[in-house]
Design a protein around this ligand. Structure first.
Ligand SMILES: *Cc1c(COP(=O)(O)O)cnc(C)c1O
Length: 428
């Protein structure tokens, strides 16, 4: 077998990779991906371009669900990671670690309001888990309120406050004392948050929920209601943070500062996993009684933190927040031109900055357009976990005008082919 693999052509070794994935990782997912038209094995990536083992180049408008804000393999990220690896990758865990302290300080500078402190972990779900614990210990209350369609991760706690029953029901019983409220409904929120509510968790734009934008007035009302009732406002900026929406933070559009903020995805520089919970001095008081009451072995490791710090510096140096706003306007405008041509197929185009959702009337049309985009070498988010009629464009924030042209020309052609195909079906 080993010999076979060694002597195999590239195509054969790709077939082997897919067969191994199917046999040892996830058979059903292997089927779904191939059905949509993803039959390549990726081998390298730079900026917005992912290259497969045969040299075929894809435009990455999926961006690891918003992780690739700097683009793939940003040279400064690669260098920062290599430098830190050469020194020490992992902390002794008892000596002080400079990248961690520096990253926490920089985040405190950039974050809205009074988010002076940071707890580091390794993913968005872990950040949500930590925030649930921090909210309960700080307030001494049990109840958590979250929004319908929310996505906070797939660990038990994070799942309990997320929206889609398909992913929840098989794992019942989940966490108790959770209430979900319709996204954007101020009076429902007012009714739900009571004297036993520890926190309200909300995404400024629901990513997996289908790119649902929280109205500014909703986030402002949430701030007001939480303050009045003594509940904590937790802003999940795992996907919207760090320039994705055309401002540094998704909640900046509404001018609202939360009591805790969750980060992950783009803070990784697209390279080294990291998650974080930012919190105010008041929230952080609980640590005083027991400084190890919550912890993570890998959380805050020097490698991830050095890369996180470099990420923040690159965002500033390359004006990526402004670029995101400008590129987003351009991309949305061009997608809407296609919508005007095919209003019966493209129901809605919505977003802010470079988190953009395109809604179709039916999930089969989503699949057709996805396949058409894949044929034209454009990768978009193949499904939003909680809303399969919506696909998403979340390219790197430094996507060029030419690359936007590539994406939108492909989108227009993919929608046109879908329209022709459907007409054919109707005539039959
Ligand atoms: C992706 C995501 C998470 C979960 O992050 P993981 O790193 O996948 O665990 C949580 N919240 C939001 C808003 C997300 O987009």
């Amino acid at each position: 077998m080993a010999q076979l693999i060694d002597s195999a052509s590239e195509i054969q070794s790709d077939a082997q990779t897919i067969a191994d994935f199917e046999a040892h990782v996830n058979p059903a997912l292997a089927q779904v991906l191939q059905f949509i038209g993803f039959t390549s094995v990726e081998s390298e990536a730079r900026g917005c371009i992912v290259t497969d083992s045969t040299g075929r180049r894809f435009l990455d408008c999926l961006g690891g669900y918003g992780t690739m804000s700097l683009g793939h393999s940003h040279p400064r990220i690669v260098e920062a990671a290599k430098n830190q690896l050469d020194k020490m990758a992992f902390s002794s865990r008892v000596l002080f670690n400079a990248p961690q302290a520096a990253l926490a300080k920089k985040l405190a500078e950039l974050a809205p309001g009074d988010l002076q402190f940071a707890f580091f972990c390794n993913s968005g779900a872990e950040a949500a888990e930590a925030a649930i614990k921090f909210a309960r210990i700080t307030t001494g209350r049990k109840k958590l309120v979250s929004a319908e369609g929310a996505y906070h991760g797939k660990t038990i706690g994070a799942l309990s406050i997320s929206g889609r029953n398909k992913y929840k029901t098989p794992f019942a019983p989940l966490m108790q004392d959770v209430q979900t409220v319709p996204f954007g409904d101020i009076s429902a929120l007012e009714a739900a948050i009571d004297d036993d509510t520890a926190a309200f968790l909300i995404e400024p734009i629901q990513g997996e929920g289908g790119i649902n934008l929280a109205p500014d007035a909703y986030l402002q009302a949430a701030r007001h209601i939480c303050t009045e009732k003594g509940a904590l406002l937790v802003m999940d900026e795992v996907q919207t943070g760090l320039g994705r929406t055309g401002k540094m933070w998704g909640c900046d559009h509404a001018g609202v500062a939360p009591d805790m903020m969750l980060l992950a995805k783009a803070l990784s520089g697209g390279a080294i996993p990291i998650g974080a919970v930012l919190g105010t001095p008041k929230v952080w008081e609980f640590w005083n009684d027991s400084p190890l009451i919550h912890s993570s072995t890998f959380g805050g490791n020097p490698l991830a933190c050095a890369v996180g710090l470099e990420t923040l510096q690159i965002i500033e140096d390359e004006c990526l927040v402004e670029k995101s706003a400008r590129a987003g306007e351009r991309l949305i405008a061009k997608l809407r031109q296609t919508q005007q041509k095919f209003p019966q197929l493209v129901k809605d185009v919505r977003g802010r900055g470079l988190i953009i959702g395109v809604e179709f009337p039916h999930e089969d049309i989503t699949s057709l357009v996805l396949a058409g985009l894949a044929q034209r070498d454009v990768l978009v988010v193949p499904y939003t976990f909680n809303n399969p009629t919506v696909t998403r464009f979340e390219p790197p924030l430094n996507i060029s005008d030419e690359e936007i042209e590539w994406a939108t020309t492909a989108f227009d052609a993919a929608v046109e082919s879908a329209a022709e195909l459907l007409e054919g079906v109707e005539e039959m």
